[in-house]
Design a protein. Structure first.
Length: 91
């Protein structure tokens, strides 16, 4: 539980450095134990295991579509891993 909370705080700090604020957290049942430890302004939405999570799946699909369209315009046959990581981070 401590490791999960440290991870959430690390991600939260990264987003806050960029000027964003985390308002909600979508997670599975493992994260229910963290509810008391989270800040009150973060809404925790718990989903059952193997449950369809529409908002998250839509975000993943959007990132994939943007990256595919970006890669399509590149003149490379194969992209280095560093370029792939940088592209995903900036999407």
């Amino acid at each position: 539980m401590k490791i999960m909370l440290e991870g959430i705080n690390k991600v939260k700090a990264t987003y806050e450095k960029s000027g964003f604020s985390i308002q909600s957290l979508h997670a599975d049942t493992e994260f229910e134990l963290l509810r008391p430890s989270l800040e009150p302004e973060i809404e925790l939405t718990i989903y059952a295991n193997k449950e369809h999570v529409g908002p998250i799946e839509r975000e993943v699909r959007t990132v994939k579509e943007r990256n595919r369209s970006t890669v399509h315009g590149f003149p490379y046959a194969c992209m280095p891993k560093v370029m792939t990581v940088a592209m995903v981070e900036r999407t």
